[in-house]
Design a binder for this molecule. Sequence first.
Ligand SMILES: CC(C)(COP(=O)(O)OP(=O)(O)OC[C@H]1O[C@@H](n2cnc3c(N)ncnc32)[C@H](O)[C@@H]1OP(=O)(O)O)[C@@H](O)C(=O)NCCC(=O)NCCS
Length: 186
Amino acid sequence: MEKLENNFNQKSKIEKLDIKTQIAKEKDWEDYKKLKILEMTEEGKEMHDFSQKKLDILNNMTEEEWKKELSRKDMFVVLARNDSDPVGISCATEDERGFWVFGDLHVEKEFRNKGVGRKMFLERLNEVKNRGGKKIILAVKINNEAAIHLAESFGFEKISKMEQLKFIKYPKSLITEQIMELGILK
Ligand SMILES: CC(C)(COP(=O)(O)OP(=O)(O)OC[C@H]1O[C@@H](n2cnc3c(N)ncnc32)[C@H](O)[C@@H]1OP(=O)(O)O)[C@@H](O)C(=O)NCCC(=O)NCCS
């Protein structure tokens, strides 16, 4: 009952805000660029392996390069808008094993805790299902309670540290990051 009420409250908040999510197309490149750079400069510093070099690369990308990103077959971007303003971004990329890797989940600060992250997460999940994806993986900082809660609520499970060794590039990140996975999608 409590859960139902929570869902209802969250739905009402979204309706008031008029949040819409969509798979970004080439024409959305400017919104994608804006949010990707914002994510990198704000939370990105704490959440990922932030480097000024990566940020410089993003800042120097041309319109054509941004558009090319959005037309890749092995990747898609979900954008959330409040009216026409972009307020959230999330990405998914298919790796060489055919697994989908979720990344770049970001909601602008003033729009957090209003169900925007959940709405984008669901849209991203459905898109992977539509594309016949069999498995999804994501990495999250171990203290990111909101992101872990969100992933768990969609059925993602934390994998063991031993298993995690198969996925990570830097063993040091085992201390700060948790990899979560969602198996066979139906
Ligand atoms: C993580 C993030 C994307 C969530 O987006 P959001 O729009 O605020 O999330 P929602 O409002 O959809 O809430 C999702 C769920 O998380 C819960 N939640 C929110 N903040 C929480 C917190 N600090 N601790 C535990 N749960 C939390 C909400 O209650 C909601 O759960 P419910 O639907 O079961 O009630 C957003 O906080 C963000 O952009 N953070 C910075 C970037 C980041 O951490 N990205 C994730 C990298 S993996």
